[in-house]
Design a protein around this ligand. Sequence first.
Ligand SMILES: *Cc1c(COP(=O)(O)O)cnc(C)c1O
Length: 816
Amino acid sequence: MDLPHEPALRAIGTTAADFERDLVSNLYFERGTTMESASTQDVYQSLAVTVRDRLVDRRARTATAHQAANPRCVYYLSAEYMLGRQLRQNLLYTGTEDVARDVLKGLGLSLEEVADYDVEPGLGNGGLGRLAACLLDALATADIPAVGYGIRYDLGLFRQTIVDGAQVERPDDWAFDGSPWEFPQQDDRQPVGFYGRVVEVAGRRRWIPEETVLGEPSHLLVPGYGTQTVNIVRLWRARADSDAFDLADFAAGRSAEAVQEVVRSENISKVLYPADSTEFGRELRLKQQYFLVSCAVWDIVRRFHLRNSDWAAFADKNVIQLNDTHPALAVPELMRLLIDEYELDWDTAWSITRGTFAYTCHTLLPEALETWPVALFERLLPRHLEIVYAINQAHLDEIESRFPGDVELRRRLSLIQEEPERRVRMAHLAVVGSHAVNGVAGLHTRLLTETTLADFARLWPDRFRNVTNGISPRRFVRLANPRLAALISEQLGGDGWLTDLGRLAALAPLADDADFQRRWRAVKRDNKLDLAGYARAATGVRIDPDALVDVHVKRFHEYKRQLLKLLHVVTLHDRLRADPRTDVPRTVVFAGKAAPGYHAVKRIIQLINAVAAVVNADPAVAGRLRVVFLPDYNVSRAELIVPAADLSEQISLAGKEASGTGNMKLALNGAVTIGTLDGANIELRERVGADNFFLFGLDAAQAAEMRRGDYRPGELARADPELAAALDAIAGGRYGAGFGDVLDSVLGRDEYLTVADYRSYLDAQDAVAAAWSDPDRWTRMSILNAASCGFFSADRTVADYRDRIWRADPVRVPPR
Ligand SMILES: *Cc1c(COP(=O)(O)O)cnc(C)c1O
């Protein structure tokens, strides 16, 4: 295919000579230096640009192909993206990994040492953000035209450091040294209004905002694997108008006042999830949400008009997927644009809007369902509140016509909560404004339709469907675990499994093959040595590569039950003090961030570090038990931990975890799961088989039943001598004074049934130890876990979304 004006295309060759020439040229023209005087940072930046240029060429051809095909596009709206580091991925996806390695070697550098300068964009928090990244990867791999919309946070969530055992948050200034992957588009800035009032002009309502900030887009490239498609994620950063700086204040020495307006505007994209403990923080969060959707909806409409003139085609050409409720304001925003700006009538606008949106729900926890005070909403977005009220009126009228006189039902389904304070229910707004609503695992979708959204499911049963989450095998095997990828490719005769993960099933017959088992174990051991090297440098703790590596890695939350895992550790400590040959040699790895305001789990992090310090120094357990907390869990850390794991802890209280994706990553890398019947664990267990999964605990129905009944955790705990001993050890100060408060939650209400599941969990851990003692048996389980994970590919997830919700066709981008 010919582009209208071929640039002097230096940037598409993939031979070593092409690559070296471009690298040296980029050093010279982009960094103003030469190979002789370049720093490693210079080489990194130039290498990144060299690889990026090859993607830019594909991106240009992708845009041309999409322009010509005028296809249905998937727009993914998400407050978070956990993209992970870009360099290794982009080398892989452009097929230039080996070339780059050779060229760098010729220059006296290793790829590893250069790749160390690559910084993971700090745009996410946990599973929801990583899901967004995996779906974008799979969308591009499937050649589906897609754009991800998000916020370009300056500082992301936070960088977690551990000081005296406690989490200390530091700013994550991920782009401090410049981010070579980002393409700022200053000329596409878009004004976003806030506050103000609504006036009537010629019979139409019009919003006159009082404050305006500019949304400045930049994009990152999202290549598909094994294809030419390069989609984009478009990230918006808040900027003040250049007039906002007050020269007069500055001249008079009032420098803080001079930048006041600039700071206020730019605060909007400063951090992910500003603390919502103050009025300022809450307002900032709502501002962020509107900022994102205002920029995104405007951009989507603009892109539509590049290729189409008739609004009737809008819902055919666009599907907007809401990743949780954070972007739910997109519903009234699109309505506002259609009605106020484009002067469509209400019914037409509503049918376009509902036809365009789809909503993914990510929780069952009632406290995680977002609501906003009407008063704040009205002050910040007066016109949007009017539109929400109008949507609600039509919605309540529909309920009244179908269920006449059912006042209670209308109260429950209203977009507005009345008591104790009037608030806008964002999940209701998202459900009402969407034509499809999905949960993220089989159990989750069932519980959603039976509990959290049951009334809606009764109203519109056809609107609900399940799409079980998935993960990218490129990211979580090929990039994270190249040794395992090489072994699998050698065994399967190629790397077709990377885009057709079901092919891993062909490994199952090798589960008992002695030679394959030996090689499988060797891969795991090498990965553990890598992890051990990192852990030693980061924390000083030694990891024995022959011990069972037992990992609990994910965000800290009480429902995920890090504390249950820790009680197991304390019990092991007790048992080892009594008999040093009990259990198997084990290294327990914890990692994960706690939300800065979530005091209870920050205390659990402190207790973990306190237990680690005592256990690791105790001669009575030497060589049998180690505990390590690896700080700052993110995608890069997951890429290091997951390939080294033997045992995957997925121990949330049943009915609380929507899906989980950590469970999938770990199983795919040959870790065996110990887990409850929660989220996607259920589907995982179905596939790997009950023999290859350590099940324990109450199921969701039993847990709900127990919560309703007369549950007495304090008495139950005292009735179990080992649990009582563990609790006494903690309360009695074996791991340091003053940790009694950490136990209050379990001995009081024990909301997450830690006490109820403790004994069953310990029994399952004893079964783990027995299985580990037989290496052939364990390796067989490990191989069968990986071999059974085909279903959990994000490629399958995207195929499900495509078939059940998006109805989007691929557009092939021809090779040059
Ligand atoms: C996969 C992943 C998660 C999600 O983990 P869960 O165990 O599903 O909660 C969170 N954070 C990072 C960095 C991840 O890679």
